[in-house]
Design a protein around this ligand. Structure first.
Ligand SMILES: Cc1ncc(C[n+]2csc(CCOP(=O)(O)OP(=O)(O)O)c2C)c(N)n1
Length: 553
C-alpha cells in the first residue's frame, strides 16, 4: 500500500494496540499527526511535551498496557527527558514516536531545525532502546519490535524516530500484523528448587514486591497464603496484596516485623527499602550483609549482579510464584501465629503513622472517599512522602502510581491525567505540593479541554517544604531558595475553567473531594497550610531500627 511514512508509523502502532496517544505537533511530525487524523486515533495534546510523556507513563502504569506519545525531535524530545528517565526507573512500558532532521542533514551538524548531534544515541543512555526507521518498508517490523521491547523483560521506554522527509513522502509499505508476545526467560528449575528449599525452612519469611510483581497479584497472594508470609512494598509494588488483607502491609508495619525475618523473597523489586533506606543510604552493598537469606525473583538478569541474592531466579514474577507455590503447597505447615504478629505490627504502625500530622488526617479523609479501585498519584511532597509509610493504605494492584527511584518533582499531576485517560470510569486523585504542581500547572488547560476528571489536591505550604525543613534543621536556619510566593490557586484554576475550592480541615477536604469525584470533571482543591506546619515523615521512612522502639515528636 502507498502511504506516508507518518501514516505507516501510526498504522503499525495501531496494529500493536495503540488507540490513544499523547502528543504535541510540529513540522517534522505533521505526517504522523495526519495519520492519527486519518485513523481516528484519540489524541490528547498537552501544553508542554513533558506532560505527554508523563501521561503516557500514567496510562501504562495504571493499566499494564503500553502508553505512547509523540513529540518533535530535539527540544521536544528533550522536554520529555525527565519523564522518560522516570518511566525507565519505574518500569513503565512507553513508546515515544518522534521525528528527525531531513535525511540529507543527518550527522552533518548544519544546525537544521531541532537538530541534535545524536538523538538516538542520547536517548539510548536514558531508556531501553532508541531506533530509527530509514526505509518506510521496515516500519511495521521496527514499530512492532519497539512495542515488544517496551513491554518485555523489565518494561521501559523505547523511542522510534523517522526523518522529516521520509515521514512526509509516500512509499510502498506492507502493513504486517501486530505482535502481542512478550519475551520471557525460561526459569531455571534448579534455582526454583533452591528457593523453595530456603522458603520451606524459613521460620519468618517476608515477601517484598516491586513494580515487577504488579501483574502477578493472584500468584503472589497464593504463595503468600501458603507461606503465611507478610507481603510488603515501598512504593511501586504496593497493592499487589491489598494492605487490608491479613498478609498485606506497608513499610512501617513491615519494619516492625523485620528484625525477626529470616528469609526475604524479593519479587520484581530492587529492594531499596530494606537494603538502602533501612540501612545506610550512602553505602553501597553488593549483597546483603545482615545474615538474612535473600531470594530474588526478577526478569532482569543484571539485577542479580547489582545486588546479589543467595538464590536468584531470573523469571517472570507470575511464573516463578506459580512454580514456587506448586513446590511448597504440601511442604510447609503454615505458621498460624504469624497472622497475630502481623496484625499487631499493623496496629503499631497505625499508631505511629497517626503522629505524622496533619498529613495523616488528610490522607485518612482521602482514603475514606476514594473507592478500593480508585487511583492515587502522590508527589514529592510532605503528604506524598507520608503515603510511603502506609498512612494511605493501597487496596488494589496498580492503584498507587508513584515516581520510582528518580523521585521526579512535578511528575504527579500530569501522570494522574494519563491515569484518568486510561481509566475514565475510575476515581483518580493527584496529591501535590504547591512547588510540584507548578511544574505542570499549565496542564489544567489540558484537563479542561478534554474533560479529564482528575481531582487534584494541592497542599499549599508556600514553600519547597522538604528543603525548608532540611535547611532549618541542618543549616542553622539559613534558608535559601525554599520560600515561594504563589498565585491564587483557586482563581487560577477557575480561569482555566476548572472548578476549585479551598479547604482548611480534613473534614472539609473529605466533603469537597466527594463533591469533586461526584462530578467526574477536573477539579482543584487547595489545602491551605502554614510553611513548616507538617510533621516530618522521614524517621518513619528511613528506619534503621524498629519504629516502635524509638520516640517520636
Ligand atoms: C526534578 C526535581 N527537582 C528537585 C527535586 C528536589 N525536591 C524534592 S521535594 C522538593 C520540594 C517540594 O515542594 P512542594 O512540591 O511544595 O511540596 P512540599 O514538600 O512543600 O509539601 C524539592 C525541591 C526533586 N526531587 N526533583
Amino acid at each position: 500500500m502507498k502511504m506516508t511514512g507518518g501514516r505507516a508509523i501510526v498504522e503499525a502502532a495501531r496494529a500493536n494496540g495503540l488507540r490513544t496517544i499523547f502528543g504535541l505537533p510540529g513540522a517534522q511530525i505533521y505526517a504522523l499527526f495526519d495519520g492519527l487524523h486519518a485513523t481516528g486515533t484519540d489524541v490528547i495534546v498537552p501544553r508542554h511535551e513533558q506532560a505527554a510523556a508523563y501521561m503516557a507513563m500514567g496510562y501504562a502504569k495504571s493499566t499494564g498496557r503500553t502508553g505512547a506519545f509523540t513529540v518533535v525531535p530535539g527540544p521536544g524530545v528533550l522536554n520529555t527527558a525527565a519523564a522518560l528517565c522516570t518511566a525507565m526507573g519505574n518500569c513503565a512500558p512507553v513508546v515515544c514516536l518522534t521525528g528527525q532532521v531531513p535525511s540529507q542533514f543527518l550527522g552533518k551538524g548544519r544546525g537544521h531545525l531541532h537538530e541534535l548531534a545524536d538523538q538516538a544515541g542520547t536517548l539510548r543512555t536514558l531508556i531501553k532502546d532508541a531506533v530509527r526507521i530509514d526505509d518506510p518498508a521496515d516500519t511495521s517490523a521496527i514499530v512492532a519490535r519497539a512495542f515488544r521491547t517496551a513491554r518485555s523483560g523489565r518494561p521501559g521506554p523505547v523511542s522510534v524516530e523517522m526523518c522529516w522527509d521520509t515521514m512526509a513522502a509516500e512509499a510502498s509499505v506492507d502493513l504486517g500484523p501486530g505482535d502481542t508476545a512478550r519475551d520471557e526467560p525460561e526459569p531455571d528449575l534448579d534455582a526454583i528448587a533452591a528457593a523453595a528449599d530456603l522458603l520451606a525452612a524459613a521460620k519468618r519469611p517476608m515477601i517484598m514486591c516491586g513494580a515487577g510483581a504488579q501483574h502477578a497479584a493472584e500468584e503472589v497472594r497464593a504463595l503468600a497464603e501458603i507461606l503465611n508470609a507478610p507481603v510488603t512494598a515501598f512504593r511501586s509494588g504496593r497493592g499487589v496484596v491489598p494492605e487490608d488483607h491479613p498478609l498485606g502491609l506497608a513499610s512501617v508495619a513491615a519494619r516492625e516485623l523485620w528484625d525477626d525475618v529470616d528469609v526475604v523473597l524479593g519479587i520484581g523489586s530492587r529492594l531499596e527499602m530494606p537494603y538502602i533506606r533501612w540501612r545506610d543510604p550512602m553505602r553501597y552493598e553488593p549483597a546483603p550483609s545482615d545474615g538474612r537469606k535473600l531470594i530474588r525473583v526478577d526478569i532482569e538478569p543484571r539485577e542479580m549482579t547489582r545486588f546479589r541474592p543467595d538464590v536468584g531466579v531470573v523469571a517472570d514474577a507470575a511464573t516463578a510464584c506459580r512454580l514456587l507455590a506448586d513446590r511448597l503447597a504440601r511442604r510447609v505447615s503454615p505458621n498460624r501465629a504469624r497472622r497475630a504478629e502481623i496484625e499487631a505490627a499493623k496496629r503499631t504502625a497505625r499508631e505511629l503513622t497517626q503522629r505524622i500530622q496533619p498529613q495523616a488526617a488528610y490522607l485518612d479523609a482521602i482514603r475514606s472517599v476514594v473507592p478500593r479501585d480508585g487511583f492515587l498519584v502522590p508527589e514529592l511532597s510532605q503528604v506524598g512522602f507520608t503515603t510511603y509509610t502506609g498512612a494511605y493504605p493501597v487496596l488494589a494492584p496498580r492503584t498507587y502510581v508513584s515516581e520510582g527511584h528518580q523521585g521526579t518533582l512535578g511528575f504527579g499531576f500530569p501522570t494522574a491525567l494519563g491515569v484518568r485517560v486510561a481509566n475514565p470510569d475510575k476515581a483518580v486523585v493527584s496529591i501535590t505540593g504547591d512547588g510540584g504542581l507548578m511544574f505542570g500547572i499549565q496542564e489544567l488547560a489540558t484537563a479542561a479541554q478534554y474533560g479529564i476528571g482528575v481531582a487534584t489536591i494541592v497542599f499549599n505550604n508556600r514553600s519547597y517544604g522538604n528543603v525548608l525543613r532540611d535547611q532549618q534543621q541542618q543549616f542553622g536556619g539559613r534558608t535559601i531558595g525554599a520560600e515561594l510566593e504563589n498565585p491564587d490557586f483557586i482563581k487560577l484554576a477557575e480561569s482555566f475553567g476548572v472548578a476549585a475550592e479551598r479547604v482548611r480541615t480534613p473534614d472539609a477536604l473529605r466533603s469537597a473531594l466527594e463533591r469533586a469525584l461526584g462530578t467526574g470533571r477536573p477539579a482543584l482543591l487547595e489545602v491551605a497550610l502554614k510553611p513548616g506546619e507538617e510533621t516530618s515523615p522521614w524517621d518513619l521512612i528511613h528506619m534503621r531500627t524498629r519504629p516502635s522502639q524509638r520516640s517520636h515528636g
